[in-house]
Design a binder for this molecule. Structure first.
Ligand SMILES: NC(=O)c1ccc[n+]([C@@H]2O[C@H](COP(=O)([O-])OP(=O)(O)OC[C@H]3O[C@@H](n4cnc5c(N)ncnc54)[C@H](OP(=O)(O)O)[C@@H]3O)[C@@H](O)[C@H]2O)c1
Length: 257
């Protein structure tokens, strides 16, 4: 039985990805903080004949990520597929956002993702097979005023993952960067960007299920960069030909209250 390790498995895009792995017969290993939700999810999966394990853990603490990886090694659970999806955003003036929150976000969105990416692809390379998917954002392609640090974390994810994909060419290990645009999920309540969600009725919007299905397919095909929705791909293409100051101004209009 193949194994998939998914972070941020209890909500939004991660939850929908779990359903796809279960549908395809994977033993899923779920990570999030809410133990009750994790327990309910894994019981439901087991009741329908699937296999599930979970870790209730705060991945904004790198030591927790290390403990999970070491525990999987000890149990000889070597995932065939790994999805670094857990992430959150902060919004507002960079000078005003609470530093503790920003630090947790940077640790979760970058440090833990970088650690799992390194460790799991190292093991996959030895076996000559594996698929990694890191969830970035369309925000990775531009600087994002009023979500400055969040945008920067996603630029890090894209840059790291694209380079890693290149390094692993021919090894049997693929690295996919999934870049969702605005997606309906709990993300916007956490990031206080409900306003952005409403404003973006003009921009391409998606459900978590659509994004997950698109990302899952791209990951299984071994695609390097997967930007969800044609409208988002066009925005990114056009912005390459515009002066950066204009691109930043346009990004700011989407994130200001
Ligand atoms: N929604 C969007 O518009 C959008 C757009 C572009 C990119 N993205 C990216 O897509 C990914 C998934 O977002 P989503 O929209 O599905 O968000 P979501 O609905 O808020 O789900 C986030 C998931 O991550 C888990 N999580 C949050 N903090 C965690 C922590 N410290 N440790 C462990 N798990 C944690 C949450 O569970 P617990 O709360 O139980 O820990 C939940 O399962 C994120 O990386 C996000 O940046 C989202």
């Amino acid at each position: 039985m193949k194994t998939a390790f998914i972070t941020g498995a209890t909500e939004g895009i991660g939850y929908e990805l779990v359903q796809l792995f279960v549908r395809d017969g994977y033993h899923v290993i779920l990570v999030a903080r809410n133990e009750k939700k994790l327990m309910e999810m894994s019981e439901k999966i087991k009741a329908s004949g699937g296999q599930a394990d979970y870790y209730a853990s705060d991945l904004s603490q790198i030591d927790n990520a290390k403990s999970i990886y070491e525990d999987l090694q000890r149990r000889q659970l070597l995932p065939d597929c790994v999805v670094n999806n857990a992430g959150f955003g902060t919004s507002g003036q960079y000078t005003e956002i609470d530093w503790q929150k920003e630090q947790e976000m940077m640790q979760l969105n970058m440090l833990t993702l970088a650690y799992f990416s390194k460790k799991f692809t190292h093991d996959m390379k030895k076996r000559g097979y594996g698929r990694l998917m890191n969830v970035a954002s369309t925000a990775a392609f531009e600087s994002v005023p009023y979500m400055a640090a969040y945008g920067a974390t996603k630029a890090f994810v894209l840059s790291l993952s694209e380079a890693l994909a290149f390094e692993l060419k021919g090894s049997g290990v693929s690295v996919t960067t999934l870049c969702p645009g605005v997606t309906e999920s709990k993300f916007h309540a956490t990031a206080h960007t409900i306003n952005t969600l409403q404003k973006s009725k003009l921009l391409p919007q998606a459900t978590a299920s659509d994004v997950a299905r698109y990302g899952y397919k791209a990951m299984m095909k071994g695609k390097t960069i997967a930007v969800h929705k044609l409208g988002n791909r066009l925005n990114i293409l056009v912005s390459r030909f515009l002066p950066r100051c204009i691109v930043t101004k346009l990004a700011a209009t989407a994130t200001t209250e």
